[in-house]
Design a protein around this ligand. Structure first.
Ligand SMILES: [Zn+2]
Length: 400
């Protein structure tokens, strides 16, 4: 039987095998809309969960309604929600988890090693993190004291679009567990973990005007692009009216032939906020703005979307646990900080129900969500050792 020292050494020896698993996971595209690809990624992970002796329950998630840049609504199917459980009846339980989906609609290039880094779609966010989680658990399961902790893993498949379908299941899990580890990438290449997180929501504005021939009938047209431009300019200006909110008009589309007055224009907006009051302020403001423009001058203006992630504000207890995580990391010679971020993840949803969530225990990486996303190869081992040490501390009642 292993002791913790042996388990640390064992993790050191697993670097290549962790890399191999990560390359296999990242080479398979699993963009949120690619339900089939996610199934293939899930199968690789489920194999590992079976080896760990976990009971696996898989359930269908409701799809979601997407409005594309042509204003067309469609139902998008997403992959399942998976829960794996081991020793449900133990004295202490730990929730671990992450997402299977990535932001990449297709894999433009193969995963490749470049110096100390592995580059590829989802290597940091968060397939690298899933590998860290699996190997930390494998190391833990080798120990005598394993029976003192039961664990549950969730894998969702719609995190990158706000966990709309998974929200209900996340809530159930949050209410069942006191403590959760999520394997989002560390905040930076130093390995910092997140403190407070902003909440978020995504909105779509669809403006319908009236098409007309430019040369023959210009004055009878209603130019949807011009109307939408006026609206988004106003919305963007709200950034300077209030702090604690970030409003990003991130995507815009309109028009068809240049000799035709465009009758359709669509904008997509990402909003981040630090408190509920400011989110309510935005909602009221955008609703009255849309009302003001809709039907006026013969245009139709529609708003879709909502806030899906609540603010994650660390409670005193959560601050205490985060500080202990920092100390434990320091004791392993991993010098990390706790820093606030505007990014959101499932940790926002779990923390809302009082589950203390350390949500950036995945690999160290950067350029996430871009074509040069990369992760520091050594962090596969160092982070899994940190997670193992955190589990040992939790088992001894030293973490919480
Ligand atoms: Zn992520």
């Amino acid at each position: 039987m292993y002791d913790s020292k042996n388990s640390f050494r064992w993790l050191n020896e697993q670097k290549q095998s962790m890399m191999d698993l990560l390359i296999k996971l990242a080479d398979q595209n699993s963009g949120t809309k690619n339900a089939r690809g996610m199934g293939l990624v899930a199968n690789i992970i489920k194999e590992k969960l079976v080896e760990l002796g976990a009971d696996i329950v898989q359930q269908k998630l409701p799809g979601y309604t997407d409005i594309d840049l042509h204003g067309i609504k469609s139902n998008i199917e997403v992959y399942d929600f998976i829960v794996a459980t081991k020793r449900e009846k133990s004295d202490r339980s730990l929730l671990l988890g992450g997402h299977l989906d990535t932001v990449y609609e297709k894999n433009e290039k193969k995963v490749a090693v470049e110096g100390d880094y592995l580059i590829g779609p989802g290597v940091a966010d968060m397939k690298g993190g899933l590998v860290v989680m699996l190997y930390a658990l494998q190391a833990f399961e080798k120990l005598n004291i394993k029976n003192k902790i039961g664990w549950q893993i969730f894998l969702d498949s719609d995190e990158e679009i706000g966990s709309i379908g998974s929200k209900q299941e996340l809530t159930k899990l949050a209410k069942k567990h006191q403590l959760a580890f999520i394997f989002e990438p560390a905040i930076n290449l130093r390995g910092d973990i997140s403190g407070n997180r902003m909440g978020s929501g995504k909105f779509t504005i669809v403006v319908v005007g009236k098409s007309a021939h430019v040369g023959r009938d210009f004055n009878n047209g209603k130019n949807a692009i011009i109307m939408l431009a006026a609206i988004v300019q106003k919305i963007h200006n709200w950034n300077s009216l209030a702090k604690d909110i970030i409003i990003n008009v991130g995507k815009i589309f309109g028009g068809d032939a240049v000799n035709k007055i465009p009758d359709l224009a669509v904008a997509k907006i990402d909003v981040r906020f630090s408190n509920k009051d400011i989110a309510d302020w935005f909602k009221n403001k955008i609703n009255s703005l849309i009302k003001e423009f809709d039907q006026s001058l013969g245009y139709s203006v529609q708003l879709y979307g909502k806030f899906t992630r609540p603010v994650k504000k660390l409670t005193d207890k959560a601050k205490e646990v985060s500080a202990k995580v920092q100390q434990i990391a320091n004791s392993l010679n991993q010098h990390i900080d706790v820093v606030d971020t505007g990014g959101c993840c499932d940790g926002n949803n779990l923390a809302e129900f009082g589950c203390i969530t350390i949500d950036t225990l995945g690999v160290l990486g950067d350029n996430i969500h871009s074509s040069s996303e990369r992760m520091l190869i050594d962090s596969l081992v160092s982070r899994s050792q940190l997670v193992l040490e955190l589990m040992l501390n939790y088992q001894q009642g030293k973490l919480l």
